[in-house]
Design a protein around this ligand. Structure first.
Ligand code: PGA
Length: 247
């Protein structure tokens, strides 16, 4: 039975105190859930508390970004070995907010992915088209370029530590999700280019999670807004466990 991965991307939310409270409650809420791997991605300053509070549980902690060099003169950046020392097991890379607001490119994303994998950590690499690109009929070309850049950064021995998240930019934080058919079509394309697990992201909520997660090429979800409260996030994790059991 393939395990589903449900990851919560907190973005710039939850300082250390709130992190301890949230992680304590999440542990209790998802205890004993089978067939689903649960990940939280707190901001850097809350990673240590998240790791400590979740120690001994099945919930893993990822960062939201990491630099490609292990150390150096890169003011304001954090490296993958620094994250590993905290007990963080992976990082998101190239989230669309990094691409749109912080000048992340396919080239810089590829360097980050290689750096994180070199440090022995896992990567969830994000791809997705903007609304303009979809309307111009460019979805396939955009996703192909993004996925090829990711594939070029991964050595064969490290492929098992890579997951891709398909997040159509027009669905992030908007309450609009891709239809299950649109998601499945994009996931199947991504998987034909690079055969790794593919998560769906973009306005995943408890009431749409089951139908999205039951698509054959959807291996989990990357959840933003609905991951900030324990109950909706736990409900999406339960939907993941049910989808895994039905697969
Ligand atoms: P959302 O965010 O669930 O709030 O749309 C998803 C993401 O940005 O990863």
């Amino acid at each position: 039975m393939p395990a589903m991965l449900i990851a919560g991307n907190w973005k710039m939310h939850k300082a250390a105190g709130e992190t301890i409270e949230f992680c304590t409650a999440l542990r209790a809420a998802v205890e004993g859930l089978d067939g689903v791997e649960i990940v939280v991605c707190p901001p850097y300053t809350s990673l240590d508390e998240a790791v400590r509070t979740l120690a001994g549980s099945e919930i893993h902690v990822f960062a939201q970004n990491a630099h490609w060099e292990p150390e150096g003169a890169f003011t304001g950046e954090v490296s993958a070995p620094m994250l590993a020392e905290l007990g963080v097991v992976g990082s998101l890379v190239a989230h669309s907010e990094r691409r749109q607001l912080f000048a992340e490119t396919n080239e810089s994303a590829a360097r980050r992915i290689a750096g994180v994998l070199d440090a022995g950590l896992r990567v969830i690499a994000c791809v997705g088209e903007t609304e303009q690109e979809r309307e111009a009929g460019e979805t396939e070309a955009v996703l192909t370029r993004q996925v090829e850049a990711i594939r070029g950064a991964v050595e064969n021995d490290d492929v098992h530590r890579l997951t891709i998240a398909y997040e159509p930019v027009w669905a992030i934080g908007t309450g609009r999700t891709a239809t299950p058919e649109q998601a499945e079509e994009a996931h199947a394309l991504i998987r034909s280019l690079f055969d790794v697990p593919v998560l769906y992201g973009g306005s995943v909520k408890p009431d749409n999670a089951s139908v999205l997660l039951s698509q054959p090429d959807v291996d989990g979800a990357l959840v933003g807004g609905a991951s900030l409260d324990v109950e909706p996030f736990a409900a999406i994790c339960r939907a993941g466990a049910e989808a895994a059991a039905a697969a």
